[in-house]
Each structure stands twice: as C-alpha cells, then as structure tokens.
Design a protein around this ligand. Structure first.
Ligand SMILES: [Zn+2]
Length: 115
C-alpha cells in the first residue's frame, strides 16, 4: 500500500483513500494531476555522431570497392581490347573515376563533420 502526500496540507495518507483524512482534499494521483506538471517528457534521441561517421566511412569503403572493381573490369577487358572492344575498359575507367570521387567525397565529408 503506497502513501501519497496531500497537495493541500502535506499530510501523508493511503492512495486507497478517496480524499485526505485531515483536510478532505480529493485524492489526485500523480499520473493524472494536470496541475502538477510532473509528467516525464520523453525527449527524442540525440543525434549520434558516430552513426554519421560510419556513413562517411561506408562511402569511402564503397569508393575503394569501386576502384578495386574497376581494376578487375579493366584486367578482364584486356583480352577484348585486343579485338577492338574497348567497352570493358571504358566501363572500368568510369567506375574507377566514380570510386575515386566517392572516396574523396567520403574523406572530405568525414573531415568536414568531424574535423
Ligand atoms: Zn490534506
């Protein structure tokens, strides 16, 4: 059985009572007391800086993977280039440039946001 403090006279009494036994002030439960202002406010979670850092690290990783993938594409198309087919190396070159841009962008943003 819990005790509450009367908001009028300060006397502690049972929560089961409908009113304060001393001053007859009606029992107001804390969770329903509009005038109390003691309602806990659930604030939104703060922005986690580590999460944004991971975002830029992932971008750098994607850039590295794109550069590696472009190397594989260029090497793979070496045989095709001998026959006049340069589409493989074109794709590889474009992928390499995109990888470099993604990596540099990731590095720049990581520096910009985290010093
Ligand atoms: Zn009272």
């Amino acid at each position: 059985m819990a005790l509450i403090q009367c908001r009028e006279c300060g006397k502690q009494y049972s929560t089961q009572a409908a009113a304060c036994p001393v001053c007859a002030c009606p029992t107001v439960r804390a969770d329903r007391d509009a005038g109390g202002g003691a309602i806990p406010v659930v604030t939104t979670a703060p922005v986690v800086t580590e999460a944004t850092g991971k975002h830029w690290k992932r971008l750098q990783l994607v850039g590295i993977l794109m550069m590696l993938g472009s190397c594989v594409a260029i090497i793979g198309s070496a045989g095709g280039s001998a026959k006049g087919d340069t589409s493989g190396s074109m794709i590889g070159g474009g992928l390499f440039l995109a990888g470099v841009v993604a990596f540099i962008y990731g590095r720049a943003m990581a520096w910009w946001h985290h010093g």
